[in-house]
Design a protein around this ligand. Structure first.
Ligand SMILES: Nc1ncnc2c1ncn2[C@@H]1O[C@H](COP(=O)(O)OP(=O)(O)O)[C@@H](O)[C@H]1O
Ligand SMILES: [Mg+2]
Length: 271
């Protein structure tokens, strides 16, 4: 697949396809941990994102597929046999087209642009040192929303373009595991997605969910991470990172505010 971590699209034994980040990817093994924790947070916040799984790549698959690996200096470095990170492709890739980018004329028809306000709050909270990335595909909005967020509106059952948030490798400033907080972090490259933001109300209920985010979700995520990704020497560093994350829940509004002040053209209707 495209992108700096040289992901591969694999079909897993559960019948689903996954975009797999390998442990030897050029952006570092910590990006897999960041992806995992981010997905657990997003699921709790109820912001659409792909399901994730730990994917076992067996030695036989590596030996039979010499192109499966990371290209460095024109040489493919195969992955280790074992556990890697998988982000579930939202359907059968031979049938369902997934777009990385849309022209504005199509972007405006996306059914859930309001989730770009939600994800901005998340990106500020986690210091995602990357621009926002999402994939778009045709689905019913019902299928990408968490059950509690389903609104009994007939439009939600109609098929249309939906956005699902991906690529969280640079949350927590990537491999640095700190929170440098720059106004441009997490911003989507098209201002169109923020056009309907008029007030703080547009960041709800996600902002309130962040303010009262339970420690138990982070604890659970931490204990799900395969030991092959996190040796004991780094376990404490990660625990301390997650402690800091909880402590900075209240800082999110001021971080959004500084983004708005620095990039007013992205928020033309927010006074
Ligand atoms: N769950 C997914 N479903 C469909 N496509 C995906 C999914 N996750 C990633 N992709 C595709 O794979 C590409 C690389 O994934 P990404 O997470 O952005 O990794 P990178 O760190 O290499 O940028 C994305 O640009 C997107 O096209
Ligand atoms: Mg990417």
């Amino acid at each position: 697949m495209r992108g700096g971590s040289q992901t591969h699209l694999l079909k897993a034994s559960d019948g689903h396809h996954y975009v797999v980040k390998l442990t030897n990817n050029p952006q570092g093994i910590r990006t897999l941990i960041n992806e995992w924790i981010a997905q657990r947070i997003l699921s709790y916040l109820k912001i659409p994102c792909p399901e994730v799984e730990v994917i076992e790549i067996p030695r036989t698959l590596i030996e039979a597929n010499p192109k499966l690996g990371i290209l460095r200096n024109q040489i493919v470095q195969p992955p280790q046999a074992g556990w890697h990170f998988g982000s579930r492709y939202p359907g059968d890739p031979t049938v369902l087209t997934v777009h990385d980018i849309l022209p504005d004329i199509q972007l405006v028809s996306c059914r859930n642009l309001h989730h770009f306000a939600a994800i901005l709050a998340f990106d500020k909270w986690t210091a995602n040192a990357d621009s926002r990335q999402s994939v778009f595909y045709r689905a019913r909005l019902l299928d990408v929303l968490a059950s509690e967020d389903k609104i009994p509106d007939p439009e939600y059952a109609m098929r249309g373009l939906v956005a699902s948030m991906i690529d969280h490798g640079y949350c927590f400033n990537g491999t640095y595991w700190d929170f440098p907080d720059a106004p441009g972090y997490g911003l989507y490259y098209r201002a169109e997605v923020y056009r309907k933001i008029r007030s703080w109300d547009d960041f709800e209920p996600w902002l309130s969910r962040i303010q009262s985010f339970p420690e138990s979700i982070l604890d659970k995520a931490l204990h799900e991470i395969p030991r092959a990704w996190l040796d004991s020497a780094h376990f404490e560093e990660l625990t301390s990172l997650l402690d800091q994350l909880l402590k900075r829940r209240g800082k999110v509004p001021q971080l959004i505010e500084s983004t708005k002040n620095k990039f007013p053209a992205h928020f033309p209707n927010w006074r």
